[in-house]
Structures are given as C-alpha cells and as structure tokens.
Design a binder for this molecule. Structure first.
Ligand SMILES: *[C@@H]1O[C@H](CO)[C@@H](O)[C@H](O)[C@H]1NC(C)=O
Ligand SMILES: *[C@@H]1O[C@H](CO)[C@@H](O)[C@H](O)[C@H]1NC(C)=O
Ligand SMILES: *[C@@H]1O[C@H](CO)[C@@H](O)[C@H](O)[C@H]1NC(C)=O
Ligand SMILES: *[C@@H]1O[C@H](CO)[C@@H](O)[C@H](O)[C@H]1NC(C)=O
Ligand SMILES: *[C@@H]1O[C@H](CO)[C@@H](O)[C@H](O)[C@H]1NC(C)=O
Ligand SMILES: *[C@@H]1O[C@H](CO)[C@@H](O)[C@H](O)[C@H]1NC(C)=O
Length: 472
C-alpha cells in the first residue's frame, strides 16, 4: 500500500513539474519588454537600499515577469512593463532587506508609473548612519504617486520635505514611527485627494498648521505620539468626511473647539494625554456618529452633567478618566445601549453610582475609581461576576457595597462593605463587633488572593484601621 502511495505521489509531482514548465515556456514566449531606463531605475534604486552586491542575477532577467522581485509589482502600459509598486523592507520572509549604509538614489525618481512606494523597518541604524528623506525631485513622481509610506524606520530623521506638497494625486501619506522632526509643512494642505494622513510616533513639533480647509476627502487623520503644542486649528472643522481623528499624546492645549463637532461622520475622537482645558464643549453632544470618544488625561474640567450623553447613541467606548470633571454621574449614560467601556476614574465626581448602568448588556468595563462617590453600590451579584476586574471603584472613601447580596467571590475590588449590620450592634462589645467585621473582611481579603488568616502583626493593624475607618 505504502509503495503505491509513494509511486502515485512521485507521478503527480512529475506531472505538476512538467505542466508548470510548459506554462512557464508559454509565458516566456510572449513576455513583455521593459524599457532599459525603467529597468535600470529599478535595479539602481533597489541597490541603493539593499547594497551593491544585489544585482538580481539569480532572478529572471525581467523583474516584472514570471519570477518578480518580492515587493515589486508592475503593470503594462503600451505593451511595456512599468513598476507601479515598490515595497522595501522585511514584510515577507523573502523580501528585500535593507543594508546598513543605504541611500536614496536619484533613479528612484525615474519611474514613470510608480503609484505606491513604501519603506518598512528599512532605515534602522540609530546613530551611525541616519538618513533623511530627499527634499527634491518628488515632482517627477507627482502624476502617478498615490501612496507614500515610511513605517518603523527609527533611523529616518530630519524634516518632512515641503515639496511633498507637489504630490497632488497622493491618497495616502503615512509617516508612522520614524525619527522625523520639525514642523508639518504647510504644503501638505495642497494634497486635496488625501484620504489618509498619518504622522504618528515621530518627534514632530510646532503647532498643528491651519491647512485643512481643502482636505475634503480625508478619512483618517492621525498625529498621535508627537510633540505638537498650541491650540487646535479651526480648519479641522472642514474635514467633513473624516472618520478617525487621533491627536493623542501631544502637548495640545486650549478649548475643544466647537468646529470638531462639524465632523458629523467621525467615529473615533482620541484626544487623550494632552493639555486641553475649558470644559466639555456643548456641541460635542452632536457628534452622532462617534463610536469612540477618548478624552482622558487632560485638564478639561467642567461638569459632566452639561452634555446630553444619550444623544451620542453610537458610543462604544467613552473614556473621560482624569480630566477634572465635577458633578454626578449622569443617568443618561445608561441610555448608551452600545457602550462597552466607560472610564470615569480620577475625576471629582460625587453622588451615587446608579445601578441602571448594569442594564447595559454590552458594558464590560466600568471604572469609577478615584472620585468622591458615595452611598451603596446596588449592583447585582451577577453584574460584579460578569465584570470581574473590569469593574473599578477604588479610592472613593464614602462608597461601599451591600454585604447581604454578595458572595465572597464577587466583591468589588478595593471597595469596603457597608457596615449597617455593625452599626446596629450595641457598642458594649468591641470584640464582638470586631469579630463580625473580621469575618467579613477576611472573606474580602480571601477573594483578593491574600491570606485570610494571621490576625496578628500587620493584618491586625490593617484590620483595625479598616474598622476605625468604617466607624467614622
Ligand atoms: C551579478 O553579481 C554576480 C556576483 O555577485 C556576478 O557574477 C554577475 O556578473 C553580476 N551580474 C550583473 C548583471 O551585474
Ligand atoms: C471651512 O469651514 C469654515 C467654517 O468653519 C467655512 O467658513 C469655510 O468656508 C470652510 N472652508 C472651505 C474651503 O470649505
Ligand atoms: C457621511 O457618511 C454618509 C453615510 O456613510 C455619506 O453618505 C456622506 O457622504 C458622508 N459625508 C461626508 C461629508 O463625507
Ligand atoms: C441603593 O439601595 C438603597 C436601599 O436599598 C437605597 O437607599 C439607595 O438609594 C440605593 N442607591 C442607589 C444609587 O440606587
Ligand atoms: C466628598 O464628598 C463628601 C460629601 O459626600 C464631602 O463632605 C467631602 O468634602 C468630599 N471630599 C472631597 C475630597 O471632595
Ligand atoms: C466568625 O466566624 C467564626 C467561624 O469562622 C464563627 O465561629 C464566629 O461566630 C463568627 N463571628 C461572627 C461575629 O459572626
């Protein structure tokens, strides 16, 4: 049996090999030519990045033909092959990988139909051999170029050349996680066909330029993780197609301008970790499409009650942690039926936490730690069980959970039990009270994974402190 199997296998392999060499032959016959200048452009350009040792000799002589170079795609124009896509860097195992002393060669700008150029983990040397983006010749690629990307090139430094502004057909400009510095050139505002502009994770600085009134087709705009400062430019409000706006992790300041709310199709607004102030702008409540609103770690301030939160009925993620909010937690939040994440930690919120929030079926994270909430938490045991560690209510000194309804496995972390029962006891037996409390507390501690016994030394003092805290 085994012998027959192997025999069949060998036969089919031979068949496949001969079939493919037959096809190969067919293609070779009507292979399209490539202009010398285009082919040289390709080889010299690649050598510039990969090293002079590379000459393609082990490849099929036509780089666009049967065995194309990994990362290179071509198209036929008037019967000739032209390079349309050039991806440099280790995207696949057999991709061209970059040399240490690499350079942009002038031949890069001789491609006639280059649509898409990308560099991934290519310019890597941090100190020895840093490279800047050429600041000339881009106009030669202007009629064809639609996508230009530099991703994860820590050794790519210097400024964004202002002549990028000539690339009028650019739909995607991605400069993600490189070592780029300086300001964003005003000329970027000329790129009116842009759909994606990502400058995230560099060392860009200066103001966000007020250049966006023409970028009507922009869908994704990401300046996160840079050092931009100053206020938001009003022309952000002209980006009416925008779906995602991420300005997080910069030093931006000033008000949340009402112009942001003109972005009626926006689904993501991420402004976390900046220095915004001036309160929650009322018009934020009109951004009906928003699915994620992340404003955490700012100095925004103001009263959380000012917005009609129920209007933002598409919200899935709402993070208002650590932005200096005052007021009570609005009941209207419990009308956001798609909400999965609600972060309200580290504000100055007061009052009760309405058990209505537990009626949100989708909610699977609720953080209210570090406020001044008070009263009893009236959530059901099921709710705590469902949320697990995704319910956070620590550091609200006047908040407690109802002991009666609680199984020891489901107590909210860091919240003390309400002590109604203890209060009802006559105060003639301190030990009795303490015992009662110790019994509950040890359950609580056990559920956190701590030792539940050892009523001496550290734990004893700890328990006494809790007990005293509860009586005040
Ligand atoms: C490519 O390089 C090999 C050795 O690395 C050399 O033998 C061959 O002649 C070169 N071919 C071309 C076209 O330069
Ligand atoms: C940009 O928006 C402002 C209002 O915010 C408007 O007056 C102006 O006409 C818009 N510009 C363009 C080019 O649409
Ligand atoms: C907003 O989205 C809707 C529905 O997807 C679309 O019809 C409309 O054109 C978009 N608005 C803009 C300004 O792109
Ligand atoms: C929790 O329940 C108690 C009585 O069971 C009630 O007095 C209190 O108002 C409730 N708190 C909230 C926030 O609903
Ligand atoms: C917390 O709220 C209580 C009233 O519930 C108030 O007496 C107290 O001063 C507040 N504490 C802080 C730090 O704001
Ligand atoms: C505390 O628990 C022990 C057993 O673990 C029990 O004997 C004792 O009566 C309890 N004390 C109170 C006040 O419930």
């Amino acid at each position: 049996m085994k012998g027959i199997k192997i025999f069949t296998y060998v036969i089919s392999v031979i068949f496949i090999i001969s079939l493919s060499s037959w096809c190969y032959g067919e293609v070779e016959l009507d292979i399209a030519p490539m202009e010398k200048i285009e082919q040289d452009a390709l080889y010299y350009t690649i050598q510039g990045f990969v090293g002079d040792w590379w000459n393609g000799s082990d490849l099929y002589p036509d780089p666009c033909g049967w065995t194309p170079i990994q990362g290179v795609s071509c198209d036929l124009f008037n019967g000739f092959w032209y390079v349309t896509v050039l991806n440099i860097g280790p995207i696949h195992d057999n991709s061209l990988s970059c040399a240490k002393n690499l350079e942009f060669r002038s031949q890069l700008f001789e491609f006639k139909y280059l649509k898409s150029l990308s560099f991934f983990k290519c310019f890597q040397s941090q100190h020895k051999h840093q490279v800047t983006i050429p600041d000339r010749n881009w106009e030669k690629l202007a009629s064809s170029m639609e996508s230009l990307e530099f991703r994860s090139n820590s050794g790519l430094i210097g400024k964004v050349p202002s002549c990028f502004g000539v690339l009028k057909n650019l739909k995607s400009l991605v400069l993600l996680e490189n070592g780029l510095t300086g300001e964003v050139p005003q000329d970027i505002g000329n790129l009116i066909k842009l759909k994606r502009l990502v400058l995230s994770g560099n060392y860009f600085t200066g103001h966000i330029p007020n250049i966006f009134s023409g970028l009507k087709e922009l869908l994704i705009f990401d300046l996160s993780r840079n050092s931009f400062y100053g206020t938001l430019p009003l022309s952000l409000g002209n980006l009416t197609s925008l779906l995602k706006l991420d300005l997080s992790h910069n030093y931006l300041e000033g008000n949340l301008i009402k112009e942001i709310s003109y972005l009626k199709n926006l689904t993501l607004l991420d402004l976390r970790s900046n220095r915004f102030c001036g309160g929650l702008t009322l018009s934020l409540q009109d951004m009906y499409s928003l699915e994620e609103m992340v404003l955490s770690n700012n100095a925004i301030g103001g009263n959380i009650m000012t917005l009609k939160w129920e209007k933002l009925h598409n919200l899935i993620i709402l993070d208002l942690s650590n932005i200096g909010l005052i007021g009570g937690i609005p009941e209207s939040l419990s009308k956001l039926k798609k909400l999965r994440f609600l972060g309200l930690s580290d504000n100055n919120l007061i009052g009760n936490l309405s058990p209505k929030l537990s009626t949100l079926d989708t909610l699977n994270a609720l953080y209210v730690s570090g406020n001044n909430l008070s009263g009893e938490l009236n959530f059901s045991m099921d709710f705590y069980t469902k949320m697990g560690t995704h319910f956070g209510a620590l550091n609200n000194p006047n908040l407690c959970y109802k002991v009666g309804v609680m199984s020891t496995s489901a107590v909210p972390y860091g919240v003390k039990p309400c002590h109604h029962e203890i209060k009802l006891l006559e105060s003639n037996s301190r030990t009795k009270q303490l015992n009662g409390y110790v019994n509950k507390t040890s359950h609580y501690i056990a559920s956190l994974g701590f030792l539940s016994y050892a009523p001496n030394g550290f734990w004893w003092i700890f328990l006494q402190e809790i007990w005293i805290m509860c009586l005040v």
